[in-house]
Write a protein of this length. Structure first.
Ligand SMILES: *[C@@H]1O[C@H](CO)[C@@H](O)[C@H](O)[C@H]1NC(C)=O
Length: 364
């Protein structure tokens, strides 16, 4: 009889620990919940009971340890909870520091809630397993934590569409596995770190719509996996590094609405992998390099609103495809070449130059 009780209690003891997970994770989740308000969908109404691994909306656990590994809360989703409410999400409040007690967290996604404010808790940089930090589409302010570089496993950092200020921390280049960086549409100032090119795994670097200054770091030219670079709508000056045209997989380059000067590197226009190139609204000078060829394939080529002079290069007519092209608001002069890339273009693509003529403008 005594023996039976002993086993029964041992069994129940083990069973109940396993079932309710970690009391500290449970407390951290409740603290996280209490700092946020989500009035329309009732997401946090599911965050009740002891077993946070079961049916707490957006929470996932490691099945063996029953520690929290994911918080995945997106304010725009096809999930039934959204369909039922017939609207997108809205959430206010702040991100509790208690989140940092979830020390097995790999994904922290609090995206598109429109109203979450306050700062990114500095302590998230001590979460050893964090891979994805996605806080897009809120009203988060303050700075990016200075020691973000401690997040050595991070692959995705998305802080776009918030009100984050200060500089891009120098330590960011230590996040060696970073693949996707989106800091667009914030209030970032200062320069892109000189050694940004140390981010060897980065495939998308989206930094548009901030107040970044300084020049484009030469080191970016060493990024072998960078496919999409967007520095548009900042205050970046200096010339465009020649190396940008020699990057193996760069196919989208948006540098529009900055203060770039100097000439367009010929490598940039001659690069047959480049599909979208926007250099509009800068202070670029010189001729458009005559380096297009039969493998040139541009979905969009926008060189408008610069100080480019000389003729439209005749090699452009040999391009395989030019979808959208805008050369307007420059000082170009001469006859518009004939050829298939030009057949579908409208006069507005060539408007406001010094002395261009020929189809689709008036005859010379
Ligand atoms: C290029 O950038 C300009 C200015 O930022 C913008 O107005 C234009 O629509 C962009 N062009 C294309 C083809 O996206």
């Amino acid at each position: 009889m005594g023996m039976w009780f002993f086993f029964a209690f041992t069994f129940l003891g083990v069973f109940s620990t396993v079932n309710s997970g970690s009391p500290s994770d449970h407390a951290a989740l409740l603290a996280f919940k209490s700092a946020l308000t989500e009035p329309y969908l009732g997401i946090f109404k599911t965050w009740t009971g002891d077993d946070y691994c079961l049916n707490w909306y957006g929470v996932s656990c490691d099945p063996d340890t029953r520690r929290v590994v994911d918080i995945n809360l997106r304010g725009e989703s096809e999930d039934p909870i959204f369909v039922k409410a017939g609207r997108t999400g809205y959430m206010t409040g702040t991100i509790s520091l208690e989140i940092c007690k979830l020390d097995r967290l790999t994904n922290l996604i609090l995206a598109d809630w429109k109203g979450i404010s306050g700062e990114i808790p500095e302590c998230v940089t001590s979460l050893p397993s964090l891979r994805v930090l996605d806080l897009i589409g809120n009203q988060i302010s303050g700075k990016i934590p200075a020691n973000i570089g401690c997040l050595s496993r991070m692959t995705v950092l998305n802080l776009a569409d918030n009100a984050i200020s200060g500089e891009i921390p120098a330590s960011i280049v230590n996040v060696v596995g970073l693949m996707h960086l989106d800091l667009s549409n914030n209030r970032l100032t200062g320069e892109v770190p000189t050694d940004f090119g140390k981010l060897k795994m980065l495939s998308r670097a989206l930094l548009s719509r901030n107040q970044l200054t300084g020049s484009i770091p030469q080191s970016i030219g060493n990024m072998k996996r960078l496919a999409d670079l967007d520095l548009s709508m900042n205050r970046i000056s200096g010339s465009i590094p020649d190396l940008l045209g020699k990057m193996p997989v760069l196919s989208t380059l948006n540098l529009d609405s900055n203060s770039l000067s100097g000439q367009i590197p010929p490598t940039l226009l001659g690069n047959t992998g480049m599909g979208i190139l926007n250099l509009s609204r800068n202070s670029l000078v010189g001729n458009i390099p005559d380096v297009f060829g039969s493998n040139s394939y541009f979905m969009a080529l926008d060189l408008s609103h610069n100080n480019l002079k000389g003729p439209i290069p005749s090699s452009l007519s040999s391009a395989k495809f030019i979808g959208h092209m805008d050369l307007s608001h420059n000082h170009l002069c001469g006859t518009i070449p004939v050829g298939s890339p030009f057949d579908h273009l409208e006069a507005s693509s060539f408007a406001n130059n010094d002395c261009l003529c020929g189809n689709p403008l008036k005859t010379c």
